[in-house]
Ligand binder design. Structure first.
Ligand code: ATP
Ligand code: MG
Length: 258
């Protein structure tokens, strides 16, 4: 059984068809790329899978369960975590607290319980802190635990966001343009990091990325969308040589270079 199954999903924003009749099946442990020109519907697809939008048509199944229409926190609790195209971290909280607060949300603790520090909250808090510490250590971020995210270089902020997603112990990780705004050195580190994460946490990863070096280097399979529709599906080598991809993606007939 596939871990994630997106079946004939269509999504409209008013009269605008952002995603059309899209199918996607992810097996456990796969690292798959989702690419396409600006406005192709990639982020909308993530928003559909992670419960931010409900599909206009079609079905999304995770671990065999229909998740279309579930709320984002429900989807997260089933094992899907994501990062955002525009980094979303709490800038008034430390890096460490950013990793803790997401877990508390997932465990269903509200602000009041955390202020009142109920016994149930305190016992889970120990586990939450341990997970946050462990995650920061594994991602090489321990040194920045007490910094505010906004004071960190862009590449590290991305890493914190990935750490936050991982602290939710997902089975499926959705990364929306993690290399955006990174310098070449940071991109190299990111390539290693994503590979390492997949192997270390035995995750399935779906990656949206414009950075071809990242996509071609780490994805085993790539899906290309344009105007909300699939235009190609295949190995990096097949995608690199696909005429339709070259035309749609680059708007010209040049090979897609890694
Ligand atoms: N909340 C929204 N309301 C209305 N239209 C939207 C909304 N979000 C996205 N769109 C539109 O839907 C289409 C798909 O957008 P989407 O953000 O999914 O593209 P994308 O593939 O992620 O692009 P990019 O590579 O630029 O991030 C675009 O035409 C966009 O303008
Ligand atoms: Mg996008």
């Amino acid at each position: 059984m596939a871990l994630l199954e997106v079946k004939e999903v269509t999504h409209f924003f008013g009269g605008l068809r952002a995603v059309y009749n899209l199918n996607l099946s992810l097996e456990n442990g796969e690292l798959v790329g989702l690419i396409g020109p600006n406005g192709a519907g990639k982020t909308t697809m993530f928003n559909l899978v992670s419960g931010f939008y409900r599909p206009t048509e079609g079905e999304i199944r995770f671990n065999g369960k229909d998740i279309s229409g579930l709320r984002p926190h429900q989807v997260t609790s089933l094992g899907i975590a994501r990062t955002f195209q525009n980094i979303r971290l709490w800038n008034s909280l430390s890096v460490f607290d950013n990793l803790c607060i997401s877990q508390h949300h997932l465990l269903g603790y509200g602000f009041l319980q955390s202020v009142l520090r109920t016994p149930k909250f305190r016992s889970s808090e120990r586990r939450v802190k341990k997970t946050a510490e462990e995650m920061l250590r594994m991602l090489g971020l321990s040194h920045y635990a007490l910094e505010f995210p906004k004071n960190l270089p862009y590449g590290l902020q991305r890493r914190v966001e990935i750490g936050r997603a991982l602290s939710l112990r997902p089975k499926l990780l959705l990364l929306d343009e993690p290399a955006a705004g990174m310098n070449p050195g940071e991109v190299d580190e990111l390539i290693d990091l994503i590979r390492w994460i997949r192997d270390e946490f035995k995750l399935t990863v779906l990656l949206i990325e414009h950075h071809m070096r990242v996509v071609m280097n780490i994805c085993e399979r790539i899906k290309v969308v344009d105007f909300g529709e699939t235009i190609a599906d295949g190995s990096p080598e097949q995608i690199r040589q696909n005429r339709r991809v070259i035309q749609a993606y680059l708007g010209e007939e040049e090979p897609v270079n890694a």
